[in-house]
Design a protein around this ligand. Structure first.
Ligand code: CA
Length: 253
């Protein structure tokens, strides 16, 4: 019965994937990173494979403590938290994460657990999906939530942070209306930080996003380029890029 259910999910998702591939629904954005915390290993594996197939980068944890540790030590674009988990439940993880991060959270809840859903939303979850779910529905929820939290990346032609404005279509940066002369790498780096404004970008994340996945460049190259960028930002603006010691960089509004 369970096997049939998952086979059905696989079959249904193939058509959706083909649509995505051919119509470019996923666009040309860098891969989004998802944390999945799910103790039922066969479900975790299945969801992980489907997400990877969709082009997401996925990390999986099988219990609450491990999930919370990952969620607070790395940057993710979306967290998928099962509610019933060993050691720390999904709602408690959500509550703790919300004290320090606004990362989008989708809870995976049991069919009859209405109180879990209410408690989860009260704890700061953005959405929930009831198990067993069709994988297409989960993928649609993820896309929706990503559109909602990063509208600049999908629908806007310009990105702004304080008095910096990026004209994405023209690859140009303006500071207080004056054009800033940046190299392609400096531009990509600034764009990444502004796309992720108020969220810390780790050096590794910056490296893979700006220099690519097969790079063998040292992580200190990131520090060098951040220094270049700071010197190019006029006057008091060179402290717009904050260093998070031992982790990476953040630009805040
Ligand atoms: Ca569970």
């Amino acid at each position: 019965m369970r096997q049939t259910f998952y086979l059905m999910l696989c079959y249904n998702s193939i058509g959706i994937k083909i649509l995505h591939r051919y119509f470019g629904i996923e666009g040309d954005m860098m891969p989004k990173k998802i944390l999945l915390v799910e103790d039922e290993k066969h479900i975790a594996r299945f969801v992980e494979l489907e997400l990877q197939h969709e082009g997401y980068e996925v990390k999986t944890a099988f219990d609450g403590r491990e999930g919370l540790a990952l969620a607070t030590s790395e940057n993710f674009d979306v967290l998928l938290l099962d509610v019933m988990l060993p050691s720390i439940n999904g709602i408690e993880i959500c509550r703790r994460i919300r004290t320090q991060s606004q990362v989008p959270i989708i809870l995976l809840t049991a069919r009859d657990a209405v109180m879990d859903r209410v408690a989860g939303l009260d704890a700061g979850a953005d959405d929930y999906i009831v198990k067993p779910f069709a994988i297409e529905e989960l993928l649609a929820r993820i896309r929706t939530i990503l559109r909602r939290v990063t509208p600049e990346q999908t629908s806007s032609e310009s990105l702004c942070l304080r008095d910096i404005e990026i004209d994405v279509a023209a690859y140009e940066v303006f500071v207080q209306g004056n054009k800033l002369d940046l190299t392609k790498t400096e531009y990509d780096l600034l764009k990444l930080l502004i796309e992720h404004k108020n969220r810390v970008c780790t050096r590794e994340h910056i490296l893979t996003s700006v220099w690519g996945y097969d790079t063998d460049i040292e992580t200190n190259v990131v520090d060098v380029y951040i220094r270049h960028l700071r010197t190019k930002l006029p006057g008091a603006m060179n402290d717009y890029i904050e260093t998070v010691r031992g982790v990476g960089y953040v630009m805040r509004e």
